[in-house]
Design a protein around this ligand. Structure first.
Ligand SMILES: Nc1nc2c(c(=O)[nH]1)N[C@H]1C(S)=C(S)[C@@H](COP(=O)(O)O)O[C@H]1N2
Ligand SMILES: [Mo]
Length: 414
């Protein structure tokens, strides 16, 4: 098998399996701003925090100590307030287990489906340092190939346990005026969006990119989703206080919506009666057929499954029984059915879906494949969610967001 062996390590004096490690890229100051989850090396449904994917679109901000931290709620509220994390801790605590998936996760598969060529791989690692934030210097445009070869888009998804309070409870506390429609959340991180991110997701450098200048990261969530009891303001992840890179002291958690809605490093929450022009909502993180077409913000994730065993790299496999397994999740809640095909989608068989009570968390599924005859096989998996949505939901779009397509795994049985 072509998969790299996990090398043994000594942990507290005992020989152990190597820990799964993030696949990181750093900014000019050496701070990790982009890191992929080693999906194929992990077991279980909660991604260890040290292996959780990381994305900072602008500059990684300086950390603020929780004792020195507060955030404001302003705009169309009965009482404008400044709150600390300790204030929030006086409200009923809520924990939600949920998948975080970057809108750009697996985006390069869109291109591959359209144009063919080398199939993207979850085993592909980017260089330890470097990446798009260091590639573009004034006046220089890297080629599409250079970009695509630098940073793979796979493995930008993780599963976590998020603890905080329902945003709804906080909004009830301050009193939302009847005219409010939008919850505008502003992070304290700033920077000038790197156009390379747009080139990278579009797979082209010949598109026009708006330069908004130096901005704060911000998003404008519709009030109805903000009032969903599972939309949280969180101070903890996986049983510990948030790490800085994941948005400490306080971040938003918006289960079902792609990662870009989960605003980190909250500075201000503003209630509005209109949708403001947020760069990461109207320009980037949008769905449109072409760069010229009207752009629609990407919100709910589709219905998606991935095969984690076997991978193309595991081929050839011996004749006999193999367990095909992977994970599945949806932007509309629980996965209710998984089907597997071992004949390139001609026939489908129901797979076993592991049950649990967390509708926003992915589910593990498996299928016992009796590979009786030598030959070449194309394995496929497709998920159905509780809303009846069957994978895939998201058509091709120029920024390659919300990919939830069915990708075959090609295996030879010997
Ligand atoms: N303030 C702020 N929040 C942010 C971002 C950011 O750059 N700034 N990146 C978003 C994006 S694109 C994603 S995918 C998620 C990633 O969350 P994580 O780094 O904790 O995995 O955070 C979102 N929240
Ligand atoms: Mo993202």
């Amino acid at each position: 098998m072509a998969r790299p062996e996990l090398e043994g390590e000594w942990i507290q004096g005992w020989p152990d399996r190597a820990r799964a490690r993030l696949m990181p890229s750093k900014d000019a100051e050496g701070r990790t701003i982009y890191a992929r989850t080693p999906l194929t090396e992990l077991e279980g449904l909660i991604t260890p925090t040290d292996a959780y994917y990381i994305i900072a679109q602008l500059n990684m901000p300086d950390p603020i100590h929780p004792d020195d931290y507060s955030f404001k709620i302003t705009g169309l509220v009965d009482r404008e307030v400044t709150l600390t994390v300790k204030d929030l801790m006086k409200l009923p605590t809520r924990t939600v287990r949920a998948v975080t998936e970057c809108a750009g996760d697996d985006g390069e598969f869109f291109n591959w489906q359209k144009k063919g060529g080398a199939k993207p791989s979850r085993l592909k690692k980017q260089a330890e340092s470097g990446g798009w934030n260091q590639m573009v210097v004034e006046g220089q445009k890297p080629s599409v190939d250079e970009l695509l070869n630098t940073i793979p888009t796979t493995c930008l998804v993780s599963g976590g346990e998020w603890t905080g309070v329902s945003l709804r409870d906080v909004l009830k506390l301050v009193g939302v005026k009847p005219s409010a429609t939008t919850v505008h959340t502003i992070g304290f991180d700033t920077g000038r969006p790197d156009p390379t991110a747009q080139y990278l997701s579009a797979g082209r450098t010949d598109i026009e990119v708006v330069d908004p200048g130096v901005i704060n990261y911000d998003k404008a969530l519709e009030l109805s989703k903000a009032m969903d009891p599972d939309t949280l303001l969180c101070w903890a992840q996986n049983g510990e206080f948030l790490q800085h890179v994941h948005g400490a002291p306080l971040r938003m958690v918006v289960p079902g919506y792609s990662g870009n809605w989960w605003v980190k490093w909250i500075d201000t929450i503003e209630l509005l009666d209109y949708e403001p022009e947020c760069y990461y909502q109207t320009q980037y993180f949008v769905l449109a057929d072409t760069p010229e077409a009207p752009r629609k913000p990407c919100k709910e994730l589709g219905t998606k499954s991935i095969i984690l065993f076997p991978l193309d790299e595991d081929s050839p496999l011996p004749q006999g029984e193999h367990v095909i397994r992977g994970l599945a999740w949806s932007g509309k809640g629980a996965i209710t059915r998984m089907e597997v095909s071992t004949d390139d989608g001609k026939t489908w068989n129901d797979a076993f879906v592991e049950q649990h009570h967390d509708k926003w968390l992915w589910r593990r599924w498996s299928y016992v494949w009796k590979a009786a005859k030598p030959g070449k096989y194309s394995l496929k998996a497709r998920a159905t969610d509780e809303a009846g949505r069957v994978q895939p939901q998201q058509p091709w779009n120029f920024q390659q967001k919300h990919f939830d397509g069915i990708i075959p795994v090609d295996i030879e049985i010997k």
